[in-house]
Design a protein around this ligand. Sequence first.
Ligand SMILES: Nc1ncnc2c1ncn2[C@@H]1O[C@H](COP(=O)(O)OP(=O)(O)O)[C@@H](O)[C@H]1O
Ligand SMILES: [Mg+2]
Length: 247
Amino acid sequence: MTYREPIFELKHVSYRYRPHEPALLDINLSVKAGEKIVILGPNGAGKTTLEKILAGLLPAEGRFSAFGKPLTLKEIHNQNESAAYRRRVGAVFQQIEFRVVCASVLDEIMFGPLKNGLDREEAKARTEQVLDFCNIRRLVHRLPQNISGGEKKMVAIAAMLAENPEVMIFDEPTNDLDLENQKWLVTALNQLGDAGKTVITATHVLETARELADRVWIIGDNHRLIADGGVELLSDGRILDEAGIQR
Ligand SMILES: Nc1ncnc2c1ncn2[C@@H]1O[C@H](COP(=O)(O)OP(=O)(O)O)[C@@H](O)[C@H]1O
Ligand SMILES: [Mg+2]
């Protein structure tokens, strides 16, 4: 087995939106390229906060390094550095914000590849690929603001995939999706993992964690990491109870 450096390293990472109210406390973790990780925890545990730190959107207290370099407020606020970071680390959060105002779903998906320097033909080819992969060809001429919540989620996922980042972060991705799309999503994320992507998914649903994880981080309602390990954690009643996860 070849030794690989971690792509993410968190040492004593905490985050507070307000003083004295930690959203995340003293997290120590590292991630290697190609890992498929599920962050499991009850509502309010800090999953989204942790994903925002990994996505380079929130400055962590403690030490967070990505791709061998510390990521601090300075890098997050630097437009070029944060754009470069986002090319490597894509994320789909629950609140979907489209980037192209008043354009079609097609333009929305093509925006990322074009911004990243692909020419129109390459961007179109990439977009065609994800339209098929995500099964959303029927939406291409629609206005992104006029589609349903579940459709928006699918378009946001497609837009992220079109940029083809090496790390893909999903926040409660099955929310808003109907049963068919939930099944699709599980298959798709597992395929991306098999293709070598680093896939990190936050969920409060034990069943979703079971379907998606090679490795599990369990965060409790005390905002601390309760466990980091393999899927066997998902059948450890003591740990699930300690974290406040319904089963
Ligand atoms: N923008 C915010 N301002 C203040 N507090 C927040 C904000 N976002 C989240 N929090 C708080 O931080 C804690 C962790 O939230 P979050 O990371 O969203 O949890 P999860 O994703 O596990 O449900 C919660 O107590 C939540 O109320
Ligand atoms: Mg959340």
